[in-house]
Design a protein. Structure first.
Length: 978
């Protein structure tokens, strides 16, 4: 029987001796370029600079058969892949066959060498499983499928492993030897021949079983790969002893027969690998030889000591072998399970699911890895991670399955927690985990994105990599001391990205301690607050700076003025405020548009900045108003005034220069008001008011000039402010009343009266209208006052209407331009007439010529609406303003009123007489009535009558008086005759 086991080798040797005779000697030699990178013992350049390794020997065998001339090209792995991709290499042995590589390269269908990865470490290490790698530094060759598989495995199980990337397996071993890593990952071929020499041992942790292939560029050299596959198939069938010779040369214990097939139990570790192979040997060989019984006993002992469930089931789903751990599922001896099926262990639903999984292996030949949730007969539910693979006869038929199941019930809860943690980890703005030495173990994608580095670049480094240099070592020392004392730290830190950009970040760091209190990890979060800081800066700019010119606004200027006042009090120095207002700016805005106006303001701001010192402030208050704050002037008022005037003259000169606006030259000027300060008791508001008043003094002095604040102006403004406040109170308290001045007809006597507003102050008595009416017009109170006058006058009309002697009287009410242009004026008049019951035919509204300066069409429309109700209109103070004959023709007027300024000198000034005569003639030509005011003497009355004016108003007939006095005045007029 022993010769039967050796006959394939004998036959291969005989056939091999005949191959040269069968080769095509006439076939041309083909040069094949083969990449060689450092991956001993599969492929590498030896100490003599020659290619060596398993693949080199195997390719030489193929080349001899195929008449290839192999030209080996040394390169590192990355360069080899680039050259292969570009077509400058034809083949690359032992090329990484990752999913990404499949899209870029073609590979041999057959693997030339079967291998797996193992974890190597120092003999003193406590690492016994993959889970023990948590928190450890592990060295692995970069750019390999081995590396990608390992990282995916750690993420799947939530392990925080710091991957140390190196360029070769030898460097990985060196990293462990130099304590830069606690473990190294290498294929078992390299590890088997080099680990011992480096003082390392195999941990028993097995990863990623698989084959090693030869690659070619995508779509290139398919015939080369086919030739290699053809030869590899012969090696698989064991008909070529040369393969065994090559493997014996490079591997201490080469596989018997052909190429190693994929093991059944890689995922369970090296120990399980050996156990599974032995289990298979037990089933297949137990009846063949007694010499194996000792080995069988040995490996049974090993398998029984493993904490996983290992079993073999036949095609009928009956157990043919179980290890000792399987017996823990039910308290029976092994024979109680062998020969039985899953129904002896689990409920019916579980059995159905297990049978379905087993069929995938037994009937379809699949190798499966699946989580199985099983319910035992005692009702408990356990979760198992099961790996099941088919067992085949020599003809390839499947006769059984081998399974390894690990109870992961406890781990499942941990895994769910890890999955949740992983979701949180990846969803956070930026998150990083370091070891106690602050070296980064893991960082999420957001942290990598914010830093500009890849996760791989960050792992193994410390967060100090991101320091910007804006914080000194004291800052970081304090941070670390706080972490140790409190357990956490948070704050704003300026970091630097990989590209050099510096950005603000909000960072939190938490120390994680073991049960014994030792720090095991640090967990940090990072949030980029650039947008928030930018928003804060924008808010600050909007709060303190003018967006158009970039100058400080009123708020910031007031703050600086407050500080300047305090500094002036401390140092005894003086200061000055210069209020600058552009002359005729509104005209520019109205004619050229706001864009041109804004451009002028920007140029003005720039010129003002050139007129002051660095420590002074130029601010824009709004519109076309600017303020210059001059600090550190002389404490002597006359010297400080001289210093301020020098700056003011410079401003006048600078702003008078030509401006280029919209492609055209524009000339402008400004008015400047100056106020000095040195008194610490002066308030900011008071200084601003003084500067504003001084500026208006400059405006009133002809513009393009400079004026200092005059206390007399302040007194006038103060009085005016007090008067305005008194007016508002008077309106609330009902302190206003109406007096009436009679209007007389030469032929009819008294025909009405003009309503005149009077203010009866509780302390001052009657206040002259000349004093308070201009203030009311300036502050807008004339509108509510006018509404009150109109209502009071209409109520008086109603009173007169009750007496036959006065029922024909009219009342004339002055209406200001501001009141008449009020949007609801017409509606308000109608409402007053309706609510009081006054006769609209007896109401006469007196308008001024100034009303006709703007939007005459709107005036005509409003007058027409009221005229239709019977309300009459008189044009007051006619001849003193501007009137257009065309407008007069269109206005629905009833009367023109000759101003008293023409009547006063009627007898002595021929011009006034001529004007009066012209007005009368104009009124008659327009079919309008005419009345003269200010008639004080009979001579004036008679002259007016001689030119055709027969209606009068003035002291000759009566002064303004309460309504109660009018009947008496009317009687006197009737008795004396008009």
């Amino acid at each position: 029987m022993r010769w039967l086991r050796r006959w394939p080798a004998w036959l291969v040797g005989a056939l091999w001796s005949l191959l040269p005779l069968c080769s095509n000697a006439a076939a041309p030699v083909r040069e094949v370029r083969v990449g060689v990178y450092a991956n001993e013992p599969t492929v590498f350049m030896n100490q003599h600079g020659r290619p060596a390794g398993i693949f080199v020997d195997l390719l030489n065998l193929v080349a001899e058969r195929e008449r290839w001339s192999l030209r080996y090209v040394p390169c590192d792995l990355r360069a080899c892949l680039d050259e292969l991709r570009a077509g400058r290499l034809d083949l690359l042995p032992d090329a990484p066959r990752a999913q990404a590589s499949e899209a870029q390269f073609d590979f041999t269908s057959e693997s030339l060498v079967d291998t797996w990865s193992q974890v190597y470490l120092r003999p003193s290490s406590s690492i016994r499983s993959v889970l023990d790698l948590d928190g450890k530094r592990v060295a692995v060759q970069r750019g390999t499928e081995q590396r990608d598989h390992f990282i995916a495995l750690t993420r799947r199980y939530g392990l925080q492993v710091m991957v140390v990337e190196v360029d070769s397996p030898g460097q990985a071993f060196s990293a462990v030897g130099s304590s830069n890593a606690e473990a190294a990952i290498s294929n078992h071929l390299f590890g088997g021949s080099h680990a011992k020499g480096q003082g390392l041992v195999d941990s028993g942790v097995v990863l990623q079983p698989g084959g090693l292939y030869v690659a070619a560029g995508k779509g290139r050299n398919a015939e080369l790969l086919a030739a290699i596959d053809k030869r590899a198939a012969q090696w698989h069938d064991g008909v070529d002893a040369s393969y065994a010779q090559v493997m014996r040369r490079w591997v201490a214990q080469p596989p018997a027969g052909g190429v190693l097939r994929h093991p059944a139990v890689w995922a369970a570790g090296a120990l399980l690998l050996a156990g599974a192979l032995v289990a298979l040997a037990i089933v297949a060989l137990r009846h063949h030889t007694r010499h194996l019984r000792a080995s069988e006993h040995k490996f049974r002992t090993i398998l029984d000591s493993v904490g996983a469930f290992i079993y073999i089931k036949d095609a009928e789903h009956r157990y043919q072998y179980v290890n000792q751990h399987m017996l823990s599922l039910q308290p029976h001896p092994a024979r109680g399970l062998v020969g039985g099926d899953d129904s002896a262990l689990f409920d019916a639903a579980t059995v159905r699911q297990l049978v379905a999984n087993d069929r995938l292996v037994l009937e379809q030949g699949e190798r499966i890895e699946v989580e199985e949730v099983n319910t035992l007969h005692d009702g408990s539910v356990r979760t198992y991670l099961s790996v099941k693979m088919p067992l085949r006869r020599d003809d390839g038929s499947i006769y059984a399955l081998c399974g390894i199941s690990t109870d992961i019930t406890e781990h499942q809860g941990v895994e769910e927690s890890l999955q949740i943690a992983a979701i949180v980890f990846e969803s956070f703005e930026g998150m990083v985990v370091t070891g106690p030495d602050q070296r980064i173990l893991q960082a999420n994608t957001s942290y990598a994105r914010l830093s500009g580095y890849t996760v791989e670049e960050l792992v193994g480094k410390t967060p100090a990599l991101l320091q910007s240099g804006r914080h000194d070592q004291t800052f970081y020392r304090t941070m670390h001391e706080t972490l140790l004392a409190v357990g956490s730290w948070q704050g704003e830190v300026w970091n630097r990205r990989k590209d050099g950009e510096v950005y603000p970040a909000w960072i939190t760091i938490t120390a994680v301690r073991s049960a014994q209190g030792a720090i095991t990890h640090y967990v940090g979060t990072l949030t980029d607050i650039s947008s928030r800081k930018a928003a804060e800066e924008e808010i600050r700019l909007l709060a303190f700076y003018d967006p158009l010119t970039g100058l400080p606004n009123r708020r910031l200027m007031a703050d600086r003025l407050q500080h300047s006042l305090a500094a002036s009090a401390r140092t005894g120095t003086g200061g000055a405020l210069l209020f600058v207002d552009m002359d005729n700016f509104k005209d520019l805005n109205d004619t050229q548009g706001h864009e041109i106006g804004d451009e002028l303001l920007r140029q003005v701001a720039a010129r003002l900045g050139g007129c002051v010192r660095n420590g002074d402030t130029v601010a824009r208050l709004g519109g076309d108003e600017f303020v210059l704050l001059l600090e550190g002037l002389s404490a002597l008022p006359h010297e400080a005034a001289n210093q301020a005037e020098i700056v003011g003259r410079k401003v006048l000169q600078a702003l008078a220069q030509s401006y280029q606006l919209g492609g055209h030259a524009h000339h402008s000027s400004c008015s400047i008001g100056v106020t000095l300060y040195a008194d610490p008791h002066t308030t900011v508001d008071e200084l601003l008011k003084r500067g504003d008043m001084a500026m208006y003094q400059a405006k009133g002095s002809g513009r393009n000039t400079l004026r200092f604040f005059d206390p007399r102006t302040q007194a006038a403004v103060t009085a005016r402010t007090a008067l305005e406040a008194g007016l508002r109170e008077a309106l609330r308290e009902g302190q206003f009343l109406l007096h009436y001045q009679p209007q007389i007809s030469r032929d009819q006597g008294m025909v009405g009266a003009e309503a005149l507003l009077r203010w009866e102050h509780p302390e001052r008595g009657l206040v002259s209208p000349a004093e308070f009416v201009p203030v009311a017009e300036a502050c807008g109170l004339i509108v509510p006052l006018g509404a009150w006058i109109l209502r009071a006058a209409c109520l008086q009309l109603v009173e007169w209407g009750r007496d036959a002697a006065t029922a024909h009287w009219t009342v004339a009410v002055n209406v200001s331009a501001l009141q008449f242009r009020h949007p609801h004026f017409v509606e308000e008049v109608v409402e007053v007439l309706h609510s009081t019951g006054a006769n609209p035919l007896r109401l006469k509204l007196e308008l001024t010529e100034s009303l006709l300066l703007d939007d005459v069409e709107d005036i005509i429309r409003r007058m027409g609406s009221l005229r239709a109700l019977g309300v009459r209109f008189s044009l007051d103070d006619f001849g003193t303003g501007y009137s257009s004959l065309s407008y007069l023709k269109r206005l629905p007027l009833d009367q023109l009123k000759i101003d008293q300024s023409f009547v006063r000198d009627l007898l002595s000034d021929p011009n006034d007489a001529a004007i009066a005569r012209t007005i009368v003639n104009l009124a008659h030509s327009l079919d309008l009535g005419v009345i003269a005011e200010g008639v004080e003497t009979p001579e004036q009355r008679d002259l007016l009558a001689s030119v055709g004016c027969l209606h009068y108003q003035g002291y000759l007939f009566g002064r303004p008086a309460p309504a109660s006095a009018l009947p008496r005045i009317a009687a006197q007029v009737a008795q004396a005759g008009a």
